[in-house]
Design a protein around this ligand. Structure first.
Ligand code: NAP
Length: 504
């Protein structure tokens, strides 16, 4: 049900309305927000893409895609807010119709000229659409774009990933955006930041007294961030096997470095978006940019060959339709990052991500240093390092792993676990990241969105690795079987330092 107290409604204009993301994530997230009273009462959605739908066709298409997501009565009410404009927004001459429709819907739903644009199209269409938004003069902060009546209005834009494919293309996209929108109207989305357990990191660290004193190079040995998928590239071979594809670009440079920034940031002076972003930007600026001759020691690329995931056979990456049989694309990437600050000097951050791996999980593991003196050296085995494991998904929760005494006579040790299980604690599943982020964008809260400086620094930190890989083809690919934990070289990278990935 809409919340009448929050009267800053808007028109959500989704470019790429006929696409997968819109049907699977964006509209269900907006419905969920509306159903939970988290949207203003005056809200409307206008989908834009080339496919020839009427309003009713698109409503049916959305509902038919995941009927289980929608309650029949509530959907009947909600769908009245959903509209569709069949236009190619990349073409300037389509914008007369698009603008007319926006103005008509603004009037029909009394939206006060507020617009949230959402770019849910392939990245090559981002810039043409942004430029057309500029030329159509629908971004007129402070007055209405369709009739100048003195009403205060806002226009914002959400930009999907990938944000560039290297530092140059990211900078160009940022310049194009800046030509039309102010920075405080640009919402570069990273759905990992919408995940509940990533946000919980701020609470864990800054609302508790017991963790923060340990959260530094004095006590932390290293940090691992893993995002492993069991799915292979499936039908998206030609998309993935492009010069801008691969695990390093798709996952490590974007999502995993964002997670790292939340783990590593200093306490902000307040929880305001600007203050949190200031601290995150500092982390990105402190990321060490590797030299070409260091790359083979700190980064590993992998590609899956044939194998089985959960007992189901998986064809090798190079045998997938749309993939070059000699492809060098990384379906697995691991990299050691250094955050050159007083807090983190000497503490490696190991990030890895891969497709067709042994299990699906996203987790952050903080490994602590051993005690200064080992009193229990002779008691069967040495103590294992203490760990704080943040399970981002699945099994959302936080687990502390430490040594305990085995019951009975004698002093035997065993690793034990203190467990905060999200679902057990709160008796509910964590909300979908897209709902959280769309809610924030409509409210005008940029905390969980990426600043342009974060994106540039993230690209700068991985580009030397990508350049080295492009210039040095690897002749042992594929180098891991589908259903395993990646190439042996990734294990060796850790073992050289006396460390091990947490698998399983
Ligand atoms: N799907 C996901 O799970 C997911 C997750 C994270 C991020 N993303 C990002 O979200 C964006 C959309 O992804 P998607 O999976 O929804 O893509 P998609 O299913 O391929 O949809 C792309 C949309 O773009 C439109 N389009 C295609 N060619 C066009 C052209 N020449 N001119 C104008 N519009 C065109 C299509 O509509 P018409 O053909 O009707 O015009 C369609 O609505 C991408 O940037 C992707 O990286 C997707």
């Amino acid at each position: 049900m809409p919340d009448d107290n929050n009267n800053t409604g808007c028109l959500v204009v989704i470019f790429g309305a006929s696409g997968d993301l819109t049907k699977r994530k964006l509209v269900p997230a907006l419905y969920h927000l509306w159903d939970n009273g988290m949207l203003p009462s005056n809200i409307a959605i206008m989908g834009v893409s080339r496919t020839k739908y009427s309003d009713d066709d698109w409503r049916e298409e959305l509902h038919g895609f995941s009927p289980g997501s929608y309650d029949a009565d509530k959907w009947a009410d909600f769908k009245e807010r959903i509209h569709y404009q069949a236009s190619d927004a990349t073409k300037a001459d389509a914008w007369g119709d698009i603008k007319d429709r926006m103005c008509a819907l603004d009037k029909q739903h009394a939206l006060g000229g507020n617009v949230l644009f959402y770019l849910s199209v392939s990245p090559q269409f981002f810039e043409p659409i942004i430029n057309n938004i500029g030329t159509a003069e629908v971004v007129v902060e402070g007055r209405k774009y369709c009739s100048i009546d003195g009403t205060k209005s806002w226009q914002r834009i959400v930009v999907e990933k990938p944000f560039g494919s290297d530092p140059g293309s990211a900078a160009k996209l940022n310049r194009t955006l800046a030509g039309v929108f102010d920075e405080d109207a640009i919402y570069r989305i990273d759905h990992y930041l919408g995940k509940e357990l990533v946000q919980n990191m701020l609470v864990l660290r800054f609302a508790n007294a017991i963790f923060e004193p340990l959260w530094n190079q004095r006590y932390v040995d290293h940090i691992q961030i893993t995002a492993s998928e069991t799915v292979d590239v499936g039908t998206r071979g030609s998309y993935y096997d492009s010069p801008s594809g691969g695990a390093m670009r798709d996952m490590v440079q974007s999502h995993l470095l964002q997670v790292l920034s939340v783990v590593a940031m200093e306490p902000p002076v307040s929880m305001d978006a600007a203050d949190i972003r200031t601290e995150k930007i500092k982390v990105f600026k402190a990321l060490r940019v590797p030299k070409a001759d260091e790359v083979s020691k700190i980064a590993v690329r992998g590609q899956y060959g044939p194998g089985a995931v959960n007992g189901d056979p998986v064809v090798g990456y190079r045998d997938t339709e749309g993939v070059d049989p000699h492809s060098q694309t990384d379906t697995f990437a691991a990299m050691q990052f250094s955050v050159d600050t007083w807090r983190w000097g000497g503490v490696p951050f190991y990030l890895r991500s891969g497709k067709a791996m042994g299990a699906k999980k996203t987790e952050i593991v903080v490994y602590f240093k051993p005690t200064p003196h080992c009193l229990f050296r002779d008691k069967a085995r040495n103590a294992k390092p203490n760990q704080i494991v943040i399970n981002v998904q699945p099994d959302e929760g936080i687990r502390m792993r430490f040594e305990g005494k085995v019951p009975g006579s004698g002093l035997k040790m065993k690793e034990v676990v203190m467990d905060f299980d999200y679902v057990e604690q709160w008796q509910t599943e964590p909300p979908d990241g897209y709902a959280t982020l769309l809610h924030d964008a409509i409210k005008g809260d940029q905390t969980l969105f990426k600043h342009r400086d974060e994106i540039q620094s993230a690209w700068d930190a991985v580009q030397p690795v990508l350049d080295y890989w492009a210039g040095n083809p690897q002749d042992d690919l594929p180098n891991y079987s589908a259903g395993t934990w990646g190439p042996p070289a990734a294990d060796l990278m850790m073992q050289r330092e006396g460390r091990y990935w947490r698998n399983g």
